[in-house]
Design a protein around this ligand. Sequence first.
Ligand code: PRP
Length: 214
Amino acid sequence: MSQITIALTKGRIEEETVELLSRAGFDLAFMADKGRNLIFESPDGRFRFLLVKGPDVTTYVRHGVADVGIVGKDILFEHPTGYLEMLDLNFGLCKFSLASVPSYDPQDHKRKRIATKYPTVAMDYFNQKGEDVEIISIQGSVEISPVLGLADAIVDIVETGHTLSANGLIVFEDICRVSARLIVNQASLKNNPDLMPFIAKIESLVGTREVAFE
Ligand code: PRP
C-alpha cells in the first residue's frame, strides 16, 4: 500500500472534503480534533493531509510533496501550471463577477481601473472584450475600492452576495462559475498505484473528470 498525501485548502474546502471522503467510506475520525496542527496522518498510514492556503496547494502538488490537492478553481486560474486538474468536486460553489457602485457605466470608453485579487481572471475577461484596462492588484476587502475611488469596478468572487450589498455594490456581469477541484501531481499518478482507484472512488460520488491522461 502506498501513502497518498493530500494538500487541502484550509477552511470550508477542508471541511467539505472531509465530509466527502467520509461519504466515500474513508475513516477520517483522526481529523476531528485537529487543534492547530497542520499535518495529519491516518492511523493506518494510508493518508497524510497537509492544511495549507489555496495558492500553496498548487505549489505542494507541483513540487510533488503532495500527490493530490483540493483547491478552488479561482486559485487555479491564477496558478495554472504544474499539475493535472482531474475532477470538479461540485462544492465550494461561487462565481466570478464584475461589480461596482450603481453609477458605474460599463460602456464608458475611458480606460477603467479594475481592482482585484485575481489579476489573470480580470485581464482575461477584459481582453476577451477587447478592452484595455488598468488592473490594480489588492489582497482583500476588494469591495471597498470602488466606493473609495481606488478603482472603477472590481472583479471578485461572489458567493452569497452579502459583501457586495453591504458595501453598496451591484453585479454588472457574471464571468464564470467557480467550484472546488481535485488536482494531482503527474508523476504521482504514474508511480502511486493507489492514486487512480482513490480518484475513481471520489469521482463516482461527485465528480466529472476534467482532464484525460496526457
Ligand atoms: C471573499 C470574496 C468576497 C467575499 C464574497 O472574500 O473576495 O469579498 O468572500 O462572499 P459573499 O458573496 O458570500 O459575501 P474573503 O472572505 O476571502 O475575504 P477577503 O476579501 O479578505 O479576501
